[in-house]
Design a protein around this ligand. Structure first.
Ligand code: SAM
Length: 250
């Protein structure tokens, strides 16, 4: 099994593949102004197994297109949508977020939790803007520094892993420069990381290692354990920020 297959195997049974919660998705929805609008077309980009997709389909009058580059996650998403009685509102699409097949001016909202980093925040918000209708909503969560200064080991780790990590002020300025009106921001709480992401992942490690008795699997778990430990010691300084913005007309 190669490294990608191992990663998929560790994450495909999880409720979510990154920090977040249904409550945080609903908090962002409350800021978005989408509730109460009719017949929306929404895309959830980098949806994983669809934790946010299901909330969007439940809470909005919308057709939700769930997009991910990994069909293995979309298969799980389809089964979950079926179980939740939401399959008539959710479609799936295997595609890369840097080459989305949507027409210009066609989407009422683009949602993306913990995924835009794959192409980088600045590239993502630029590439996705033309796909939104003027006035359409962009809602993305993105790794964010909560403070101006922070422990050196934390800065070193995340700037190495994701050089675009920055403060909310910088991310909001990037949104404005790219032709959006920011309408809301909040940082994800500690529960989004521990209760909903890291703790369930930690609980899967021993079964995962029993199933995959390889150096690559051990290295993957060791890297995840290091990241969890770093977060637990420094959660005052870093989180995902949820950014909600509207596309300005050209
Ligand atoms: N949004 C989900 C959630 O919060 O549970 C998943 C977040 S997970 C950290 C990032 C997701 O982005 C994964 O499902 C991964 O397969 C997907 N992804 C990675 N690169 C991608 C790309 N180029 N295009 C589309 N999806 C991608």
């Amino acid at each position: 099994m190669d490294d990608l297959d191992l990663l998929i195997d560790l994450h495909r049974t999880a409720e979510r593949q990154g920090p977040g919660s249904d409550e945080a998705t609903r908090q962002a929805l409350a800021l978005s102004g989408l509730r109460g609008q009719r017949a929306l077309r929404v895309a959830d980009i980098g949806c994983g197994t669809g934790a946010a997709t299901r909330v969007l389909a439940q809470d909005l009058d919308a057709q939700v297109m769930a997009v991910d580059v990994l069909p293995q996650f979309l298969e799980v998403l389809k089964a979950k949508a079926e179980n939740a009685g939401l399959s008539n509102r959710i479609e799936t699409l295997t595609a890369s977020m840097d080459d989305l097949p949507f027409a210009h001016d066609s989407l009422d909202a683009i949602w993306s939790e913990g995924a835009i980093y794959n192409i980088g925040f600045e590239a993502g918000i630029k590439a996705w803007r033309p796909l939104l209708k003027p006035g359409g909503v962009l809602a993305v969560s993105e790794l964010t520094w909560l403070t101006k200064t922070r422990p050196q080991e934390l800065t070193d780790h995340w700037t190495q892993e994701y050089p675009q990590v920055a403060t909310a002020a910088e991310k909001i300025a990037q949104l404005q420069a790219a032709g959006y009106v920011p309408v809301g921001y909040f940082p994800l709480g500690h529960d989004c990381w521990m209760e909903h992401y890291y703790s369930p992942m930690r609980a899967r490690f021993s079964a995962f290692l029993a199933q995959h008795d390889t150096k690559a699997a051990q290295a993957l778990v060791a890297a995840e354990r290091c990241e969890i430990d770093l977060y637990e010691r420094h959660s005052d300084y870093v989180s995902y920020g949820f950014y909600i913005a509207r596309r300005l007309p050209d």
